[in-house]
Design a binder for this molecule. Structure first.
Ligand SMILES: [Fe+2]
Ligand SMILES: [Fe+2]
Length: 184
């Protein structure tokens, strides 16, 4: 599988989690109390996976294709800047969820607003990559490029990260689905 195909698969997995997170936000809005531990794990997973694994691989690909096309270059730069912003955004949401779990007094409307904004930003970023960035790269890329990119992919600090995250993803997704189905 080419790097771009792997990244596309990551997007599908992340989209599923964002969908579940949207359902949780809807429940909060309806006045239900969610499973905060699961919510915290969800926010943590999305941020962790994106910042430690997914975005470094994308940045590697964006650097590689820089200089092929001026319009694409501008998009690649914008996208990389979004990675930095998203890292900060996920940190802030994580801290808020932690604070709520530790009984900090945060107005529910603020909490819901932060979660909603986070989901929206992540979604917009994925859509931007899927509709503009990836098609733009595919137009300028050839088979030799994909082979060259595979040669030196950034490795996560933990060599088992990808494997562990795959397992964590399946477990988390299952728990989330059960939670959504079980909730009234
Ligand atoms: Fe990205
Ligand atoms: Fe992405």
């Amino acid at each position: 599988m080419t790097l771009i195909a792997q990244l596309h698969q990551d997007h599908i997995n992340l989209s599923r989690l964002l969908e579940v997170m949207e359902l949780k936000v809807q429940k909060l809005k309806a006045g239900d109390s969610p499973n905060f531990l699961l919510l915290s794990e969800l926010v943590d997973y999305i941020g962790n996976y994106a910042d430690q694994y997914h975005h470094p691989r994308e940045d590697h690909m964006y650097h590689y294709f820089c200089g092929r096309d001026a319009t694409l270059d501008a998009h690649l730069q914008k996208c990389e800047a979004e990675h930095t912003d998203l890292k900060q955004a996920s940190k802030v949401v994580n801290e808020t969820v932690d604070a709520v779990m530790h009984d900090a007094v945060i107005p529910m409307s603020d909490f819901i607003g932060q979660l909603e904004a986070f989901v929206l930003r992540e979604r917009e970023h994925l859509d931007y990559e899927e509709t503009v960035i990836f098609p733009g790269i595919e137009q300028v890329a050839n088979d030799a490029d994909w082979a060259a990119l595979e040669q030196k992919l950034p490795e996560p600090e933990d060599p088992l990260f990808g494997e562990k995250q795959g397992e964590n993803y399946r477990e988390l997704y299952k728990a989330l689905l059960q939670d959504v189905i079980a909730a009234p």
